[in-house]
Design a protein. Structure first.
Length: 72
């Protein structure tokens, strides 16, 4: 039995996938990163240079800095 290849007369169409909105908030810019790092160090200093709280200091500094930026 002989196989037959059938070609479509319709031209190939390229359909662009819909753009999806990013689900995660945008990453802070370099300037924001520096401001957060400085504020985290200030918190570290204010708390008596206690070790073991780096993440807490960073997250609090991040909240403070990012809350100053208007959404949009």
């Amino acid at each position: 039995m002989k196989s037959v290849r059938i070609r479509s007369s319709k031209p190939d169409r390229k359909v662009q996938a819909p753009q999806r909105e990013p689900k995660a908030p945008p990453a802070p810019s370099d300037d924001q990163h520096i401001l957060i790092a400085k504020r985290a160090y200030e918190l570290y200093s204010e708390r008596g240079y206690r070790h073991g709280y780096a993440l807490d200091n960073w997250l609090e500094a991040e909240r403070e800095i990012l809350s100053r930026i208007p959404p949009g």
